[in-house]
Design a binder for this molecule. Sequence first.
Ligand code: ADE
Length: 235
Amino acid sequence: MRFDVLTLFPGILEGYLGQSLIKLAIERGLIDVKLHDIRDWAHGKHRVVDDRPFGGGPGMVLKVEPVVECVEAVRPMADEPGRLVMLTPQGRKLDQRIVEELAAERRLLLLCGRYEGFDERVREILEPDEISIGDYILGGGEVASLVIIDAVARLVPGVLGDELSNRQDSFSGSERLLEFAQYTRPREYRGHTVPEVLLGGNHEEISRWRDEQSRQRTREQRADLLREDKNDRAQ
Ligand code: ADE
């Protein structure tokens, strides 16, 4: 799986990509992440990438030319044209279903905005898939693109050591339940103990206990997930 990130601040991503699971996935050739600085496609001596909005108003707008030309230059850098994803608070809200949809692609081009947003003609010309990571405003799309890379990479075969951990995680599979409580050693810490059932080695009992935990947690914390699930099945 190949990711191309188009950004004004490649440095924001570098640190994250050089750590932990993502670093290993890159080293093992399971994913490939290429960073592209949109400023390299800016016009003129001063390489200006933003400008004041026509009609007035606060803030600056990301100019159309460097963005469109950056995408047009990056696309032919691999055989697969890939799916162009624009990170914006105006997009459809990311969830595990969308992550699964993105993971089915062989290449994603992740376009990160800054300032007050993109010149509207970026949308008209490139027709990207617009995705938001939640109903709040970030300083730019970089952190959002990392969220996508992280969540999608976990679904690439071989990235997680134990393939099972994928299916057991919250939100994966057909039932969208929160994860059950997990414990490791010591058995007791400051008076807090590990539930007896987990120490007994009866796998059927453990499985039942975990399932009930998941359901209870979901009911308490995210009852909306249970309603969503019911609606999905009715469709
Ligand atoms: N850029 C700024 N805010 C964002 C958000 N919530 N999701 C995706 N991209 C963004």
